[in-house]
Design a protein around this ligand. Sequence first.
Ligand SMILES: [Zn+2]
Length: 322
Amino acid sequence: MKIFYKSGICVQNGKGTITLDPRKRVENGIVSHAHLDHLMPGALMSPQTRDIMGVRKNTTLARTLNFGEEANLNGFSIMLKDAGHVFGSAMIRVNDALYTGDFNPEGGLTCGKAVPEECEKLIVESTYGKPNLLLPSKEEALSDLLSWIEVETERNPVGVGAYEFGKAQEMIALMNEIDVPVVVTDKIADITDVYKKYGFELEYKRFSEMNEDDKKSPYALILPKRMLKRNSERAEELKELKRRGGRTCFVSGWCAFYPFTRMLDINAQFPISDHADFNGLLRFIEQCGPKEVYTCHGHAVELAEQVKTRLKIDASPLLKVC
Ligand SMILES: [Zn+2]
């Protein structure tokens, strides 16, 4: 079995090819999850990913496969496993190879966990693939965020900036746990409505449906990062929040490494990630016990080097050749 990069991660045997997370429409593609840098209509994907695609790309053109069921695609045996990254995110088993997609062994409130499994070849994402890319414990970061929210919402509303799909719904679930009323933008509501269809009991109100009484009492507004850009016209949701003295924060793993309080119109930042950090990547690779490792997305070259020197496993980066 040959593995290389060509408009996606190609897996080839003597008879045919399949493409994992294709960057253009291909025959026999498989999509790992519904973040926009992975999503491509017309491929095989989990039903959850297809339904999120319906909201984000306005098409549900896909062949679906449930988690844990086996399918044949162009002569390959395929199975989707939980990746713990976002709702519907899958690791993809292809014969004796495993592709992690974006993954998180710690999981979240709105998705499962990535569990390592034995494989001959492991294709692993490298978002935090450099030794200095270490995240604080999730528990600690969550506890900091919750303390901040509790203090702020004693009097005023708060704005929580988060990626529209994945992190925003994690934040809704978290606010529900501490009984802070949640308000969201229409787009985030449309995406979260899909979670509800799959049985997640998430409570939120659309900003467009708030009445005067709702606006008077404290709430957490979940909004996309782009609304928190400095020097841009404030969205109506943010204007209302500021009018009532509300403060804002941004939640992302990258908050561990970049000064977003200077880069965005925010008061605080919290490093909470849906990816494995560098140590998490190495641990996961070791636990899968592969003979060969391929690294992709992010710091692929650096991670392949680290896998060779620290784990003594043959490793090579999958680099974009077109
Ligand atoms: Zn992702």
